[in-house]
Design a protein around this ligand. Structure first.
Ligand code: 6PG
Length: 255
């Protein structure tokens, strides 16, 4: 692994890992270290990412589960698809199969975003109320200890997709979002919540992300990439594998 200097807005540590396995090992270790360093005066609140990249991280946490006190952890989600919690496309189902069903975390400490009735607006309102009642706050916003985030090849993170209304949502903590690019609805934490987190950990893997990662790191002012719209109050860590960092490491191509 080697580290690179962070960009201006999303200043943070950038860790390039040899491959996706090394990335998963390292991020699992970081999450355990962040939990171990946290005060024990209240539960430790983490929002998990969906998609494919985090699956291996969750599997590592399952195998290292004895290093955490799961009764002192509350697990949330950064975003969710418009499917029931038991649907194959559900981010909650992925995390449950890879981790949550295999560790002694109290059911009351696991907060799936969707309920079986699949009313998106009701689920957003319910989740916002839960965040308001269970999380510590900073500047009037619920504050996560950690939010784990992926990065799409279009620069989306969570379900903050390019050219969507949710990018301008600065009143609500959770909102529905119609993603025309996918022809589907989602729900997501909003930018103010991401910005208040104590620690943002981005996990990016694969050559398909090389171009967007280079663009996001090289042009942090490029707001066309939703990830660049985050103005973090806490720390930011990027954990990427060599394939995703390929274009970053490559010298500028002369015209
Ligand atoms: C989702 C995620 C999404 C994901 C990125 C990267 O619901 O799919 O929240 O934001 O993190 O699309 O996904 P991969 O890790 O599969 O590349």
């Amino acid at each position: 692994m080697h580290s690179l200097r962070g960009a201006a807005q999303m200043d943070g540590q950038r860790h390039v890992h040899h491959d996706s396995d090394a990335l998963a090992d390292s991020v699992a270790g970081r999450l355990i270290a962040l939990w171990q360093a946290a005060p024990r005066t209240r539960p430790w609140h983490i929002a998990l990412a969906g998609g494919n990249t985090p699956r291996a991280i969750y599997a590592r946490l399952r195998h290292r589960q004895a290093e955490l006190d799961w009764s002192a952890v509350e697990v949330w989600f950064g975003d969710e698809r418009d499917v029931a919690p038991d649907h194959p496309d559900s981010n909650y189902r992925m995390a449950r199969e890879a981790l949550l069903a295999h560790v002694p975390i109290p059911d009351a400490h696991v907060h799936p975003m969707r309920s079986p009735h699949l009313d998106l607006r009701r689920d957003c309102a319910r989740y916002a109320r839960l965040l308001d009642t269970r999380l510590p706050r900073r500047d009037g916003w619920p504050r996560f200890d950690v939010i784990l985030l992926g990065l799409g090849s279009d620069g989306h993170t969570a379900s903050l997709f390019p050219n969507t209304c949710i990018l301008h949502q600065r009143e609500q903590t959770v909102a529905p979002v119609h993603v025309a690019q996918l022809g589907t609805w989602r729900m997501s934490l909003t930018l103010p919540v991401l910005e208040q987190a104590e620690h943002l950990l981005f996990v990016v893997s694969g050559a398909a992300k090389a171009a967007v990662l280079k663009r996001a790191w090289a042009r942090p002012e490029d707001a066309a990439l939703p990830v660049n719209r985050i103005r973090p109050h806490g720390t930011v860590e990027w954990h990427v594998d060599g394939a995703a960092a390929g274009a970053v490491a490559a010298p500028e191509q002369r015209p």
